[in-house]
Design a protein around this ligand. Structure first.
Ligand SMILES: [Ca+2]
Ligand SMILES: [Ca+2]
Length: 357
């Protein structure tokens, strides 16, 4: 009797799961994701354990996604508890600097006029000074700015920032990767008009933004296209785009200019070898989006950490990895300063400091 009931129960359970997946999946018509070719360019620079030499600056920080350093060498990060924290030169303890409001802060950049420009994934673009935070830009046209991700200020005062997704939010960002439809934007805030405008639309999860040393171009990362785009600001090609680097061995998160004009790009591991079908087939995408606890089972996005050092010409110079996430997990930002790399992460409880030798 019991044995004869079993197939029926299994069929009902299977139907219930199928129904749940297709009725409750938050994705609309996901696309198959084109995974990067394993380029010989990267094969010549093998995965290593270079990030194992990372020293932890402070523990107990909640997901310090981005880091930046001001003219005086003060290190800043924004943590999930709503604080912008800072670490002065020679000190060992992080100071609560300005309370913003909640866990929604991502990219930060030092402003030449003092303070920081800050991406708030719920409110838009903020300026943060000693006295507190105020809103610089909340709308582009009539649309509210949501999921601002990374920001950089140019010498002329213009502020460039990315919107990762106009559809999804920080808490369900991986749905944007699974849906694989481009909802990202590159925006420009002009302080003379106090308005934001769209420079580039239909980007694949627009993430890190960095200016070149001469500010003649900027680079914006497209996380799930495994590439970064160059957007010309000056010269004959002003307003045009071209590929800066592609087929990256991970999804680029934040990008930062190094003192010598090269760039550091933090990479997210969006796949696990052998489980690529979760990105290339449509049904598994709906399954993961319905049961998000599966994300860590089919990606190493929260585990392995990688940063790439790339020249101003887009050629790879070096990489540093923590393949098992032993010391650093999910590094989201790498900033070079004074012979060291400072590492932010949504998953670590410290900012990393890696000597560059
Ligand atoms: Ca930044
Ligand atoms: Ca980011």
């Amino acid at each position: 009797m019991g044995a004869s009931l079993l197939p029926g129960i299994l069929v009902v359970a299977l139907l219930a799961v199928t129904l749940r997946v297709f009725v409750f999946s938050p994705l609309s018509s996901p696309e198959r994701l084109a995974l990067p070719d394993v380029s010989p360019h990267f094969a010549s620079i093998p995965i290593n354990t270079g990030l194992h030499g990372t020293v932890k600056l402070g523990v107990g920080l909640q997901g310090p996604e981005d880091v930046c350093i001001d003219e005086d060498g003060v290190l800043y990060t924004a943590t999930r508890d709503g604080w912008i924290k800072r670490l002065r030169k020679g000190e060992s303890a992080w100071e609560d600097w300005v309370f913003v409001h909640n866990s929604s802060i991502l990219g930060i950049a030092a402003s030449r006029h003092g303070g920081l420009v800050v991406c708030d994934t719920e409110k838009g673009l903020l300026i943060v000074h000693e006295g507190g935070a105020s809103l610089l830009s909340s709308h582009v046209g009539k649309s509210p700015i949501r999921f601002a991700d990374d920001v950089i200020e140019a010498l002329d005062g213009n502020i460039y920032f990315s919107v990762a997704s106009t559809k999804y939010t920080l808490s369900n960002w991986f749905f944007d990767v699974l849906e694989a439809r481009p909802y990202g934007q590159l925006l420009k805030y002009d302080p003379s008009t106090k308005e934001s405008t769209i420079l580039l639309d239909n980007l694949a999860f627009a993430n890190g933004v960095a200016l070149s040393k001469d500010e003649d171009f900027l680079v914006v990362c497209e996380t799930w296209k495994f590439r970064c785009i160059k957007y010309w600001l000056k010269g004959e090609k002003a307003g045009e785009t071209e590929v800066f680097i592609e087929n990256l061995p991970g999804g680029p998160d934040n990008i930062n200019l190094a003192p010598d004009g090269s760039f550091w790009i933090a990479l997210l591991q969006l796949t696990i070898q052998g489980r690529e079908f979760f990105h290339t087939s449509k049904v598994p995408k709906h399954v993961i989006a319905t049961f998000p606890s599966l994300i860590s089972k089919v990606t190493q996005v929260f585990g392995r950490a990688s940063v790439m050092h790339v020249g101003a010409d887009g050629n790879v110079l070096m990489r540093h990895d923590d393949p098992q996430g032993k010391v650093c997990r999910m590094v989201t930002s790498a900033v070079e300063h004074d012979g060291h790399l400072y590492l932010g992460s949504l998953r670590n409880d410290f900012v990393g400091k890696l000597p560059l030798v």
